[in-house]
Design a protein around this ligand. Structure first.
Ligand SMILES: Cc1cc2nc3c(=O)[nH]c(=O)nc-3n(C[C@H](O)[C@H](O)[C@H](O)COP(=O)(O)O)c2cc1C
Length: 200
């Protein structure tokens, strides 16, 4: 039997919080760029997502990365893992603007990405190669960056039997904006566009 509870009671059991950036879950994106001399840089971004089938969006502040994109509008987006977590956080709290050895500190190895003029950090299982398409609401504090996904690279170690990237193998981390922690993704629990059919 379905229990009938007055709506008021349900609201009393919920705690309210004022509006803030708590959309869940948030990715840990490592944005790789070259400066005007071709020196690699990386930053951490959580405010990003899929924009269209072949496009992503990132809410970008004013950083070394922003300076780099102004001279060279191509970049990579790697997905941070448990193994790269400490250095991924480091590139999110230190700027290439005032820390010339920022990338040396990470210990990451990079080479030029095959399809864009940006560094490919080889310590990550999967990376998007991207090109800036549009800067929305641009000001001196940053802009919303819409970028085309030119190509996707996945280390062969992380491929599933069907030849596509296997997310479960990657030990990806997400950002928890509530307690400012990183959480490792867990196990697959269902099949999208499929399990729901049981209820049709
Ligand atoms: C968890 C986390 C999430 C972040 N998300 C963003 C973001 O979405 N957009 C942004 O502009 N900066 C974000 N930052 C801040 C930049 O990563 C940071 O300012 C970095 O030092 C910029 O590096 P750069 O100046 O070398 O480019 C984030 C930092 C952390 C630690």
């Amino acid at each position: 039997m379905v229990e009938k509870r007055p709506k008021l009671l349900l609201i009393i059991n919920m705690k309210s919080f004022k509006s803030t950036a708590w959309l869940l879950p948030q990715p840990v994106l490592i944005i790789g760029t070259y400066d005007k001399e071709g020196k690699p840089n990386a930053m951490n971004a959580a405010w990003g997502g899929q924009w269209d089938m072949h496009e992503i969006i990132i809410s970008l502040g004013s950083h070394q990365t922003t300076d780099n994109l102004a001279v060279n509008p191509e970049f990579t987006v790697a997905f941070a893992t448990a193994e790269t977590m400490v250095a991924s956080d480091y590139v999110g709290i230190v700027s290439g603007r005032n820390t010339p050895d920022k990338m040396e500190k990470t210990g990451w190895t990079s080479e030029k990405a095959p399809n864009v003029n940006a560094p490919l950090f080889k310590d990550f299982p999967m990376t998007l190669e991207c090109r800036v398409k549009q800067k929305i609401d641009e000001s001196e504090t940053g802009y919303y960056l819409v970028a085309e996904i030119v190509n996707i690279l996945c280390d062969e170690k992380y491929l599933a039997e069907d030849g596509k990237p296997d997310v479960e193998k990657m030990e990806l981390i997400i950002f928890d904006p509530i307690h400012h922690t990183y959480i490792q993704l867990g196990k697959k629990v269902g099949k999208a566009f499929s399990d729901g059919k049981k209820m049709k």
